[in-house]
Design a binder for this molecule. Structure first.
Ligand code: MOS
Length: 763
């Protein structure tokens, strides 16, 4: 275990700090990519295939091209200088590898077959409607049963012991299959791109979760040097993983802008969100568990199918948490990729873990029922002391305490296990529990800071804020290191002209930015103190720099240092303070600024970190209310207890778990993208028919962080919290549904048709 001391004087670290970008967003002044306007900007509208498989026999654009305002119609054959990208890791390649309009084949319903560029959006829309297409249509394969037509070989991983032998001799077994449907990312802000060329250089405004990766990919796609591409993503109306990599509309916008030599804007509409820019793929997971009569796991077999497209090899890694969540000597995970005629999937909040733990944690609940054992007790009994898949110790794991704390909060000791045995206010109550985990790492990051003579501190990094509070975290660090109030700290993110920073993905930004920003601040402050000591006329002239420090934004000697402002983060007069405001030190020295730069050393290159298994953990305790007379189920309460290392911003951190729990309710009860088997069209691809949880569906939510610093990850001890909160919600809810109704739902979402089978007919 690393032994770094926690940072000193950092009252703001861990505090509930409101987002510094909140006012910009709530007043409508934050500019998202589609808010960008330029002189001469043309609007592009995408035309989608209305068949799910086949080929385009003819595409007649002649009428469209003659319509008012139309400047270009792009289609197969006239998109110039667009290239395939080098296949790499997910966030470093095009989400859909095939370049747009690459051939005359149709691989999925809604595929872009043309783009109309016109002076106005209305003109482009009208012309897009005038394009005439004839197809040779075939029936697409969108069969929901992913085992149908599978001819490949399941790919094994994480095998230990002899799981089949152990299953055949286990006194108690569970063998069930769990299905999660296609879910569609529905961030408020849809995908959009504005491309502006200046000679052979292009600036691309795209609501991406990763500007640095976006620039690399777009330089390959457009065949121009990386230095000639600048990607900007200042604000994102969230993405949930759907915006990790660029999608074809970015290629089309940039190529059209180059061909026309004028700025071009494209927006993906809500209907296209359901077919063209990723989804969480359908999964079908068979879980087999073996256990002794007293509830010790002896075998786990997790065999799953994950749907992908005809064009790309996306895998939903459902088995990622299975090898280390429980102690179990015999285990195997196998992965089978099932191709379907749908758009390419994408990571969605907690990819792998969320569907994977729905299956595993549901099966654990079913095992507890077979064993007549309490599901909390069963989990604690089988908790893993070390990561048995890698034989490494966990850097920090407090999952048992998540269970005991949650049990305490909901009053678990009063739970009676019988189906339909609990009542409150004329309703049947069900309680369920499930665990969660998500990996942690420290990924590379650079940051720079600047202390300016106008009294402001600037922090710069080419990561971006997907909406989670990343802007605010940078400002918190700058405040913690200088005492300068938040309203005098400027944070610049989301632009490849800034020092390279990480993609907002995998819940890894916070742990990545902390070391880089901390060392950048330390370097700037150290330089400032030296300047204070070296500058004639400075009250500290001639002092040893190490006798000086900075507090409340002022250089002071370490004796007689004023109190650091703890909870007040606004500008406050530093009344009694001696010393000199840092900006006056700069003015005395006639310096334009003092800068600092820092880098985060990635954990995968750090031999000390590689000795450990790094994960966050958590547990959800869910309560449902069942009204048998009207077959109505409602999630009424969720207690979420999480072990995510040290929390840097209590408000933004809790917001992540709250939002994820709501998404988990949505997944459990509502969300499912359905494809028409004749055409492959998402038949509920709009907000009227695709249901998501609304305010009225939200239970009372209660979030607790255990807040144990994980000092293996970084000096602050912070791991990530974006994804993990969604893991474990669905199995906690379906276990609660079983407890209330006696109906075990193994295929999400829970449907009224399932619940009508309940034998609990009275409350
Ligand atoms: Mo997260 S699914 O890596 O945005």
């Amino acid at each position: 275990m690393a032994t770094t001391n926690l940072p000193q004087a950092a009252g703001i670290i861990g505090a509930a700090v409101p987002r510094i970008d909140g006012p910009l967003k709530t007043t409508g002044t934050a500019r998202y990519s589609t808010d960008r306007h330029f002189p001469g900007l043309a609007h592009a509208v995408l035309v989608q295939s209305t068949i799910g498989k086949g080929r385009i026999r003819s595409l007649d654009t002649s009428a469209a091209e003659k319509m008012p305002g139309v400047v270009l119609v792009l289609r197969h054959g006239n998109l110039q200088n667009v290239f395939r990208t080098i296949p790499r890791e997910q966030d470093g390649s095009m989400a859909e590898q095939r370049p747009p309009f690459d051939d005359d084949r149709i691989y999925y319903w809604g595929q872009y077959i043309a783009a109309v560029v016109a002076e106005t959006l209305e003109q482009a829309n009208a012309a897009a409607d005038a394009i005439k297409v004839e197809y040779e249509a075939e029936a697409p394969d969108v069969r929901p049963d992913l085992s149908e037509g599978f001819t490949g070989t399941p790919v094994p991983s994480w095998k230990r012991g002899d799981p089949d032998q152990a299953l055949s001799t286990a006194p108690v077994t569970v063998d069930e299959t769990y299905v999660t449907p296609v879910e569609t990312h529905n961030p408020m802000e849809m995908h959009s791109t504005v491309a502006v060329w200046d000679g052979d250089s292009v600036t691309i405004y795209d609501g991406t979760q990763g500007v640095v990766g976006h620039r690399t990919v777009m330089s390959e796609v457009l065949g121009v040097p990386r230095e000639n591409v600048r990607t900007i993503s200042r604000f994102i109306g969230s993405g949930f993983g759907g915006k990790l990599s660029p999608w074809p509309q970015a290629t089309i916008a940039a190529a059209a802008a180059r061909q026309l030599n004028r700025p071009v804007k494209i927006s993906v509409d809500r209907r296209m969100m359901f077919s063209n820019v990723g989804h969480r793929p359908r999964t079908q997971q068979r879980i087999r568990l073996g256990a002794t009569q007293d509830g010790k796991l002896t075998a786990i077999r997790h065999d799953f199918f994950t749907e992908t497209s005809l064009l790309d090899d996306f895998v939903e890694r459902c088995g990622e948490q299975t090898p280390f969540l429980y102690s179990c000597p015999n285990l195997i995970v196998t992965t089978s990729m099932a191709r379907r005629g749908v758009g390419t999937p994408a990571p969605m909040r907690g990819p792998g873990a969320v569907p994977g733990l729905f299956a595993l944690e549901s099966a654990i609940d079913e095992l507890a029922i077979k064993l007549k054992m309490d599901p909390v007790e069963l989990r604690i009994k089988n908790d893993a002391e070390r990561d048995e898949s890698t034989n490494k110790p966990f850097s920090s794991r407090h999952l048992k305490e998540c269970y005991t704390t949650g049990a305490e909060k909901i009053g678990w000791k009063n739970r009676t296990p019988g189906v339909g045995s609990m009542r409150r206010n004329g309703k049947v109550i069900g309680w369920g529990v499930a665990g969660a985990s998500w990996g942690a790492a420290r990924i590379p990051c650079s940051a720079s800071v600047e202390l300016c003579p106008n009294g402001r501190v600037c922090v710069r990094c080419a990561t971006q804020d997907i909406g989670t509070g990343t802007y605010t975290l940078f400002a918190q660090i700058a405040h913690a290191k200088t005492g300068v109030p938040l309203d005098r700290i400027d944070v610049f993110l989301g632009d490849t002209n800034l020092p390279d920073g990480p993609t907002s993905g995998g819940s890894m930004v916070t742990s990545a930015i902390l070391p880089a920003t901390t060392s950048a601040m330390d370097q700037a402050v150290t330089r400032l103190l030296h300047i204070a000591a070296l500058t004639p006329g400075s009250p500290f002239h001639g002092a040893q720099p190490d006798t000086l420090t900075i507090a409340e934004g002022r250089v002071v000697s370490k004796q007689g240092q004023p109190q650091v402002v703890g909870a007040a983060f606004s500008s406050s007069s530093s009344s009694a303070a001696n010393g000199l405001p840092f900006e006056e030190v700069l003015l005395l020295a006639n310096l334009g600024s003092v800068t600092g730069a820092g880098k985060t050393f990635p954990s995968f290159e750090d031999p000390k970190v590689r000795e450990y298994s790094l994960h966050s953990f958590g547990a959800h305790f869910a309560e449902v209310e069942w009204e048998p007379d009207i077959a109505h189920i409602r999630v009424s309460r969720i207690f979420s207890i999480f072990d995510c290392g040290r929390i840097i911003n209590a408000k933004a951190g809790a917001n992540q778990i709250l939002g994820a729990a709501v998404m988990g309710v949505s997944m459990s009860l509502f969300e499912e993208t359905l494809h028409d088997h004749r055409t492959g069209q998402p038949i509920n691809g709009n907000f009227a028919d695709y249901l998501v949880a609304t305010c009225a569906d939200c239970p009372d939510l209660d979030v607790t962080f255990l807040d144990y610093p994980d000092l293996v990850v970084n000096e602050y001890g912070a791991r990530g919290i974006g994804e993990i909160g969604m893991a474990g919600v669905a199995p906690a809810i379906t276990s609660a549904v079983y407890h209330a109704t006696g109906i075990r739902v193994r295929q999400l979402p829970v449907r009224i048709e399932d619940l009508l089978q309940s034998k609990i007919l009275e409350a």
